[in-house]
Design a binder for this molecule. Structure first.
Ligand code: FES
Length: 117
């Protein structure tokens, strides 16, 4: 099997529910990861590697997904979004309504100070 052309990192990080910052697994990250893998299999998309990963720091808008080398970041992903993401991975355009950027990475819960956690 040749090297993957793209990598998709899906955050499945889990924190204690008492933590002020949400965690992607509690917001459906695991379901999204499984749905992506299932859809990848249906489409026989072998050029992409889908990887379960840890926190990528945009926790306030999770579940978070990062696509490389495209450097495209998605937030608030649900299982319903998986077909559109797979279209992107098959060579289509990024899914604009899911894209996140610097603003989402700066979000913090009110009870947290800058630079915490
Ligand atoms: S817990 Fe998923 S981005 Fe932080």
């Amino acid at each position: 099997m040749p090297m993957p052309e793209k990598f998709v990192f899906v955050c499945i990080n889990q924190r204690d529910p008492s933590h002020p910052r949400p965690s992607c697994i509690n917001n459906g990250g695991g379901d999204v990861f499984n749905a992506l893998r299932e859809e990848q299999g249906r489409r026989l998309l072998t050029s992409t590697k889908i990887v379960a990963g840890g926190c990528m720091e945009a926790c306030m808008v999770g579940p978070v997904i990062a696509v490389f080398p495209d450097n495209v970041w998605y937030g608030g992903v649900t299982e319903d979004d998986v077909p559109a993401i797979m279209d992107h991975l098959e060579g289509g355009e990024p899914v604009q309504y899911l894209r996140i950027g610097d603003a989402e990475f700066d979000l913090r819960p009110p009870e947290m100070s800058e630079g915490g956690f």
